[in-house]
Design a protein around this ligand. Structure first.
Ligand code: FES
Length: 111
């Protein structure tokens, strides 16, 4: 089934099982690998993306639930890591293992 995802300002049409987790649609079909797989059960936040301004765990919602809703991934914040939170992340050397960064980042962005 073909679904349309509005991701980082672009509309992409992909042919997938509509029950596929949004995470795999983003990573494997769109090719945006900044969104990570960690636990797969909505606990770690590695897969967090913004769905119409709200952080969601993309491992736990079907791709079809995000159809025609604006999705923002980490790649969508800036093309050159110039977003103020990205800069703070770099300056303060926040990244540790890298997996829970997405969740922390999106929660901070929402403040
Ligand atoms: S992969 Fe851990 S919350 Fe989605």
């Amino acid at each position: 089934m073909s679904i349309q995802l509005k991701i980082n300002g672009k509309t992409r049409s992909i042919d997938v099982d509509p029950t596929m987790p949004l995470l795999w649609a983003i990573r494997d079909y769109i090719g945006l690998t900044g969104t990570k797989y960690g636990c797969g059960i909505a606990q770690c936040g590695a897969c967090t993306v913004y769905l119409q301004g709200t952080p969601v765990r993309s491992c736990s919602i079907p791709a079809s639930a995000a159809e025609n809703i604006e999705i923002t991934t980490i790649e969508g914040l800036s093309e050159n890591n110039s977003h103020p939170i990205q800069q703070a992340w770099i300056i303060e050397q926040v990244p540790q293992c890298g997996y829970s960064n997405r969740d922390k980042f999106w929660r901070l962005l929402r403040c």
